[in-house]
Design a protein around this ligand. Structure first.
Ligand code: FMN
Length: 278
């Protein structure tokens, strides 16, 4: 049965209020202190490895043919949903991780990480996971990025990696042709410690920086990807061993090898626009 008009209107209003911060009634929260204000201990800057299966990633990117034409990259950035099936190198994967979540510096003794992307208060409350399908030298399966030392850890191999990828991105089967799918979780308290009740809206703003850097980094080395908001959070949480409360998956981006000749195949995803004369 179709939900009532009133219910939909209420949901829309809730969504608008979340973006516009109407829900923070200054009077109601007068005197509110965050845990940082209360001088409570700060949570860890990154999540520790969950396994012993840790490997170092290469950090010298000089062997990559990186396009340094900044405006050219900006102008050619686009979403790619068709991948060639050629293998991605470990150095390319390492470069993508560095450009999107790499840690350049620590602020203070251990106050914050400074990364290749900006983030409100440098909280960097995100963790990056991967479903690796086809990267040279890596066993296909699920991985976790360890940014403190630019490493990855191998977590698991689902029965069918391709089925997992497609289901985890709400049935978008084309994503299971990418070389790697990057998944992003939020470790909420890492930001809540500082920002308390105002954390969650900024968290969503910040996540966009990660995928934009991914788009630009991928473009700069001849790869392509597509940000994905349609993520099955429950399936991702259970598959990547997240509790779904303190840490939950909410965003993803498949990336793969692409070629210019596939432009017409890319256009098929939007064939309905012409068909329906939109
Ligand atoms: C937050 C976000 C969520 C998105 N979710 C999806 C998605 O679930 N499926 C999809 O095919 N494209 C998704 N996209 C890609 C957009 O459809 C795409 O950016 C848009 O059509 C503009 O095309 P362009 O990126 O080539 O400029 C998403 C993009 C963003 C930024």
């Amino acid at each position: 049965m179709e939900p009532s008009k009133e219910l939909i209107e209420e949901k829309i209003r809730e969504g608008r209020a979340f973006v516009a911060r109407w829900e923070i009634d200054e009077n109601l929260f007068e005197g509110y202190l965050t845990d940082q204000d209360k001088k409570l201990p700060q949570p860890p800057l990154v999540k520790e490895a969950m396994t012993d299966n840790v490997m170092d990633l290469p950090r010298d990117f000089s062997a990559l043919a990186i396009n340094n034409d900044f405006l050219g990259i900006i102008n050619s950035r686009e979403s790619h949903r068709v991948y060639t099936g050629e293998t991605m190198s470990l150095l390319e994967l390492s470069y993508l991780l560095w450009c999107t979540q790499g840690i350049k510096e620590i602020r203070g003794r251990a106050y914050a990480t400074l990364r290749t992307v900006p983030c409100g208060g440098a909280r960097h409350e995100f963790e990056c996971y991967m479903a690796v399908r086809d990267v040279d030298g890596l066993e296909p399966g699920l991985y976790h990025y360890l940014p403190m030392h630019h490493q990855i850890e191998y977590l698991d191999a689902p029965d069918s990696l391709d089925e997992f990828i497609s289901a985890s991105l709400c049935g978008q089967a084309w994503t299971a042709k990418a070389n790697v799918v990057f998944y992003y979780s939020a470790v909420f308290y890492r930001a809540e410690w500082r920002y308390g009740i105002t954390t969650h809206r900024v968290l969503l703003i910040d996540s966009g920086h990660i995928t934009e850097n991914m788009y630009l980094a991928a473009t700069s080395i001849g790869l392509g990807g597509c940000a994905i908001g349609a993520v099955d959070g429950n399936l991702c949480d259970s598959s990547f061993r997240l509790d779904g409360e303190e840490e939950a998956m909410f965003y993803a981006m498949p990336v793969g090898k692409v070629k210019a000749e596939d432009k017409s195949k890319e256009k098929e995803f939007y064939a309905f626009v012409d068909e329906q004369n939109l």
